[in-house]
Structure formats: C-alpha cells, structure tokens
Design a protein around this ligand. Sequence first.
Ligand SMILES: *[C@@H]1O[C@H](CO)[C@@H](O)[C@H](O)[C@H]1NC(C)=O
Ligand SMILES: *[C@@H]1O[C@H](CO)[C@@H](O)[C@H](O)[C@H]1NC(C)=O
Ligand SMILES: *[C@@H]1O[C@H](CO)[C@@H](O)[C@H](O)[C@H]1NC(C)=O
Ligand SMILES: *[C@@H]1O[C@H](CO)[C@@H](O)[C@H](O)[C@H]1NC(C)=O
Length: 348
Amino acid sequence: MRQRSWLFKWLGIGIGVLLLTAASYSEDSDDWQYEECKLSRTGPPATIVAIDEESPNGTLLVENMQINGRAEDPDRTISLSLRDNHDYWVILDPVKQRLYLNSTGRLLDRDPPSYIQSIVVQVQCTNELVGTVILHEVRIVVRDRNDNTPRFQQPRYYVAINEFLESIYVTNILEHTLLESTNRTFDIPLTLSGSVVLRERLNYEEITRYLVIVQANDRAPNPKDRLTATTTLTVDVLDGDDLGPMFLPCSLVDNTRDCKPLTYRASILELTDPGRVNPVNVTPPIQAVDQDRNIQPPSDRPGILYSILIGKPASYAEYFSLNQTTAELQLLKPISREQYQHLDLVIK
Ligand SMILES: *[C@@H]1O[C@H](CO)[C@@H](O)[C@H](O)[C@H]1NC(C)=O
Ligand SMILES: *[C@@H]1O[C@H](CO)[C@@H](O)[C@H](O)[C@H]1NC(C)=O
Ligand SMILES: *[C@@H]1O[C@H](CO)[C@@H](O)[C@H](O)[C@H]1NC(C)=O
Ligand SMILES: *[C@@H]1O[C@H](CO)[C@@H](O)[C@H](O)[C@H]1NC(C)=O
C-alpha cells in the first residue's frame, strides 16, 4: 500500500511534469511563430529615412529592417521581398535585411524634370512557419542638395520711368531669391519680392540711362554654398517737365547748365511806317526752347509763350508788341529819334 502510493505519487508527479512541459512548450511555440515578420523595434510602423539627391548607386538606405526571423536557409523562418518598387530604385538584401539605392545609369533628382521627392516601397515578409504575410512600409525622403543655380525669368529687363518718380516700384524681376543690386540709385528692399525701387531722385538732365546689375542668390544656409545668377536691368529715364525754357542761341556759363544772358537787337529807321517794317527784323531771331527736350509723350510737351515783361522807357507798350506764339516783334507806331534813340525790352 505504501509502495503503491509511492508509485502513484511518482507517476502523478511524472505526468504532472510532463503535462506542464508540454503545455509550456506549445504556448512558447505559438508566440514565437507569430512573432516572425513583426518589427523587433518600437516606434512608428513605417521606416523613414532621408538621403541626399544624386546619391551614388549602392548608397545604404536602411541598415537593418529589424524584422523578426531568419531569411536564410537552412532553418529559414521568413522570406523577404520588395513590393511597389517603382523603377527599381531600391535593392533588398534579404539576409541582412538591408536596403540600398539603385541609381545605376540615372540620377536621383528632386529637381525638374524628375521631381523625385520621396520613394516609398513595401518590404513584404512571408512567415514561412504559418504562411502569413506582413508588409512594412519604407519611406525614403530625398533631400534637396543645393545644385541648381537660380535663374532669371528673362535674360535682361527694361523699364522706362519718369525722372520725377521717387522711391517707386520699378519692376518685378523674379521671385523666391535674394537679390542684390550693384547700383545705389536702385534698391531691392524686400529681397524676396524682386521689386526694384528707386532710392534717390533721378535727374534726366544728368543721367538718361542706368544699367543696374541684379544678382539673385538662392537661400542655402551656408553662404559659401549659395549659387547666384545675374541679369541687367536697363532703366531709361524719361524727361519730366522740371526745367524752364531757354532763349537761343545758348552759350553756357562755364561749368554750368545755365545760358549766358542773351541780347537780341533790332534797328528801325525813325518815323518809319509800321506796315513797312513788320515784323521787325530782330538779330538773331527771338526763339526759345524747353530745356526738357524729351518729355514723353511729345503731346505732353507744353508750348512756349512769349511776352514783353518790362521795358524802358515805360511808354514802350505804345510802340511795340510781341506775338505770344511766334515771338514776332510788331512796331505799333512810328518812333521819333528826337524822343527815343534807344529802347530796351525784357522778353519773357
Ligand atoms: C549598384 O548598387 C548595387 C547595390 O550595392 C550593386 O549591387 C550594383 O552592382 C551596383 N551597380 C553598379 C552598376 O555598380
Ligand atoms: C536598377 O535599376 C535599373 C534601371 O531601372 C534596372 O534596369 C535594374 O534592373 C535595377 N537593378 C536592380 C538590381 O534592381
Ligand atoms: C549707378 O549707375 C549710374 C549709371 O549707370 C552710374 O553713373 C552711377 O555711378 C552708379 N552708382 C553706383 C553707386 O554704382
Ligand atoms: C501771332 O502769329 C500767328 C501766326 O502768324 C497769328 O496767327 C496770330 O494772329 C498772331 N497773333 C497776334 C496777336 O497778332
């Protein structure tokens, strides 16, 4: 009895142990099988990496996908392959779970015409133990390298502006680049807008044409990496009506733009009948021109009106009149030399 009970006890323990082992083995085995193909890492499900555009062929994209399982015979538990690998940009080494760039014979370029800003592929994992399939997304972000020089939309720019304008918008020459003008007269204050403005007054009489060299820089963080382009802006200054007329012929006072005082002369025989001398022969003929020679459009150019401002003797007005449009001098009545040998008229 004692012996039997010992045997039963022993058997009981033996069975108990066996059962226990079997149960824990089967639980272990299920876990392990279904863990295959899952990510061993924590974090977001997609694997996200960044590479520079124009990276060479064979550039390592992902060092290790960190997928549970063994993809190599013998004792293979998983099989890895790529899905949605458009244009075969990605190469998979399944044993090492590595991804490489395949840029054989082409350029990975973010810029036109390729516009490849990211590559998305799926790493397909087949669980060889239970036959399930899991897809792991890999996003490869293509970083922009500063490889493109900014380009002006036009090879050169032209604008014509009135000399009176101050600090106005001249022309908008491009967007999204920094601009630097070489000429102090012109400025590009909001460097991103590309608007060229005037910084100082223009004077047609001094300079009629400006050549402004405009430089565009891109905005690479490191100044020495910045790429540039230049263009010329030609600014023709149009004449504004800022100057008075001048009498001709004009001989300049030295080093100025002022004419020397000019005297016109005329001789009339005393007691001559006006009808015989009119218009009075004046030497040189009275004539004036606007010093603003290039007012545009020409129809905006004002005409010149002539008049006698004052004269000596004060009775000059009885004897002379001036045609206000032609500047012809008219004798109104005969002059007696006994009364006047000399008359001075100031003409406006
Ligand atoms: C491109 O890189 C891959 C991965 O390293 C390599 O297998 C392949 O031979 C390379 N192609 C060329 C043309 O070098
Ligand atoms: C690499 O890309 C080229 C061009 O698309 C393709 O012909 C070649 O088969 C790819 N190589 C691999 C190993 O995928
Ligand atoms: C600006 O341009 C004008 C005409 O081209 C030139 O005379 C002037 O010296 C320039 N100013 C500067 C600061 O370069
Ligand atoms: C001035 O001269 C013009 C052109 O000869 C003539 O038509 C006009 O009548 C003259 N004016 C006067 C006030 O004589």
